[in-house]
Design a binder for this molecule. Structure first.
Ligand SMILES: NC(=O)c1ccc[n+]([C@@H]2O[C@H](COP(=O)([O-])OP(=O)(O)OC[C@H]3O[C@@H](n4cnc5c(N)ncnc54)[C@H](OP(=O)(O)O)[C@@H]3O)[C@@H](O)[C@H]2O)c1
Length: 398
């Protein structure tokens, strides 16, 4: 099959946009050239000649010679306008913007269908790991039971550095930012939003579920303190921010993002620094484990490049799993194994929220409750007027 010649209009020339420019020039076999680059800041110094740049989106969107728009900007609202305008003008689109996807999937699916043009976004989840295309193509037959993953490189980097190398939280965050791993707004990473956006993308391709950020529970790494780090070290555990999606016995999907103690039986135990890892479990193949760099200019650009290459032979996502009637489980039916730290004086109140208690222990300052709790009760507990609390999921891998 002859490959199409692609004329690219690129939006964004930051960490990933610049990375893509370099990666594309080092890949002469690609039938793709960047025609024009649209950026925002007129004062910024650029590493390549200014003749490549424009500040007017129309110079790309209205150019009939440009047949592919690659959107690599850090503003999800502006990204939606660019992507929807490009699709409406029947230009194929590649994006890395998980926030835009998670917030606007419904409209973006409609636009693809209506205009019969593809939108690809492999770089939006786990950067260099080809997880979306695998979920879309390979896991289309064998019944997928679960996906469990470290999907945010920046928080994994921070957790690795603070726990294994005793760096302060602030030092580790600054390093992640300097290396281009962190989002422009780091709270998106540290509060767990970014991991949730990626989980929403994964849910569509794993289980055919279209959902919105407000329907998925997430919790980040900001409440992890010295007691959790000490506990992990004493028990030989690591702390990871983990995205979960699994089919329960009722056939419904449980999905959430939360920090977790990870034991050495879990494949995610060895996924450190900026690496991401995803464990997929199916009915017949058992476990498969994907690992690769989850952020950074070149790893992310490599996934964008792969999407551009796929467009040259007219690849598009089929979204076949959307035909299957799968729904999300309600909070009151989701039972989670948790570790909960709180001020010692609150113990009797806290206990009432748990379904079962496996272990209670305390120090002069804190009390610790290890037990099982419904997601509904966990949410109630989190809005109690407590001070200095923290919670993590406990690992049940044996
Ligand atoms: N960095 C990573 O490791 C990584 C990994 C996976 C996915 N992503 C995703 O990739 C995308 C880009 O991230 P990044 O790290 O490359 O961001 P970045 O370094 O902050 O660069 C953002 C770029 O977007 C441009 N921009 C912002 N608003 C614009 C607008 N309205 N019109 C035109 N250009 C605009 C900026 O222009 P100026 O240059 O003029 O300021 C800049 O060039 C984001 O969606 C991010 O979530 C990043």
């Amino acid at each position: 099959m002859a490959r199409k010649k692609l004329n690219i209009g690129l939006f964004g020339f930051g960490c990933v946009g610049n990375g893509l420019y370099e990666v594309l020039h080092k890949t002469p076999t690609m039938h793709a050239t960047i025609h024009k680059i649209c950026v925002k800041d007129r004062q910024k110094k650029r590493p390549i000649s200014m003749e490549h740049f424009t500040f007017r989106p129309e110079d790309i969107l209205d150019d009939p010679n440009i047949n592919v728009v690659v959107e690599l900007i850090d503003d999800s609202e502006a990204a939606f306008h660019i992507v929807s305008a490009a699709l409406s003008r029947k230009k194929a689109v590649v994006s890395a913007n998980k926030k835009m996807l998670a917030e606007r999937f419904g409209e973006l699916l409609d636009l693809q269908k209506k205009n019969k043009v593809p939108l690809l976004y492999e770089a939006a989840t786990c950067a260099s790991i080809p997880v979306i295309r695998n979920l879309e193509e390979y896991y289309n037959n064998d019944l997928l039971e679960s996906i469990e993953g470290i999907v945010n490189g920046s928080t994994n980097y921070i957790l690795t550095k603070t726990i294994a190398e005793n760096l302060s939280y602030q030092q580790a965050l600054q390093q992640a930012q300097a290396l281009g791993f962190a989002e422009s707004n780091p709270t998106l990473d540290t509060a767990g939003w970014d991991a949730k956006y990626k989980l929403i993308v994964l849910l569509l391709h794993a289980f055919g579920i279209v959902t919105l950020p407000q329907d998925i529970f997430h919790f980040g790494i900001e409440r992890i303190g010295e007691p959790e780090i000490k506990y992990a070290k004493e028990k030989g555990l690591k702390i990871k921010l983990v995205a979960h999606a699994y089919r329960n016995e009722a056939g419904k999907i449980v999905a959430f993002v939360a920090p977790q103690f990870v034991n050495s039986h879990n494949r995610l135990f060895g996924v450190d620094e900026v690496f991401n890892g995803v464990v997929a479990k199916t009915a017949f193949a058992d476990q498969q484990f994907f690992v690769g760099k989850g952020a950074g200019a070149y790893p992310t650009a490599s996934a964008v490049l792969s999407d551009i290459s796929a467009l040259s032979y007219d690849y598009k996502y089929e979204y076949r799993k959307m035909q299957m009637p799968t729904t999300l489980e309600a909070d009151e039916n989701i039972v989670l194994p948790v570790y909960f730290r709180h001020q010692n004086k609150d113990t009797e109140n806290i206990k009432r929220y748990f379904l079962t208690i496996d272990e209670l222990f305390s120090t002069p300052k804190y009390a610790y409750t290890n037990g099982s709790i419904t997601l509904q009760n966990l949410k109630k507990l989190m809005v109690q007027p407590l001070t200095e609390w923290s919670f993590l999921i406990r690992d049940e891998h044996v």
